[in-house]
Every structure is written in C-alpha cells, then in structure tokens.
Design a binder for this molecule. Sequence first.
Ligand SMILES: [Zn+2]
Ligand SMILES: [Zn+2]
Length: 136
Amino acid sequence: MKIDGGCHCGYITYEATVDAARVGICHCTDCQTLSGSAFRTGVLAQKDEFRVLSGKPKIYVKTAQSGTRRAQAFCPECGTHVYAYAADDPQAVSIRTGTARQRDQLVPSAQIWCRSAQPWVMNLDRMKKFPDQPVS
Ligand SMILES: [Zn+2]
Ligand SMILES: [Zn+2]
C-alpha cells in the first residue's frame, strides 16, 4: 500500500510503500518517553521503498538494553517523530503511523512490550468520550 505524510509543520514530507498488515503498537518505556504518550504505532517499509521528499530530519540514536542502536528521525522544527531505523545496518524503516495521511487505514494487528504497557491503555472503552475539545 502506498502512503504519504509528514510532520506537523510540513517541513518533512515522505512517501512509502508499506505492508498494511504489519502495523504494530509498541508499549516499551523508550517509546512511551520518545512519543510523550502511552505507546507508539508504527508500520514497516523496506529501506528502498521509503523516500523523504522534503526536509532534513534531526537524528537521535538511542541504545537499547540489548545494545541495539536505533536512529530516531524527528522534525527539527516541530518535534514530530516521523520514523526510526537500525542505526548500523538499516534494512527497513518504521514509520510512525500518525504522520501518514492514510493513518485511518493503518490498523494495528499486534502489540509488543505489553509487560510495560500502561494498565489503563487496554481498556479505553470505559472512558467518557467527546467528539472534540469539551468546553470546561
Ligand atoms: Zn515539522
Ligand atoms: Zn518501543
């Protein structure tokens, strides 16, 4: 499936071909911190099927407990986290699905690092729901 997207301010744009059946949620604590949220959602694209069309991302390399080095690509202007890849031998790019215009079609099929998932995240249905920002 072809997708395209970019960061919030529009400085970074990209296009990619992804396998829409391989969308995953990661509940690891690194993803919680890096996203500023409860989890991250990503979809894989092969390296040669991902192309940055505009902008030059800032790269932050994080080293996991296992020693794996992951390059995290952010917009230097607005801070949107757009994608990540193995720092040493990138074969694939994990695109943050919230940056894709087609995000509504990228439905996760698996969750990893569930042992560090925030306990409330597995049951969002019980929360009050508003169609937009409620007036307080
Ligand atoms: Zn931006
Ligand atoms: Zn993670």
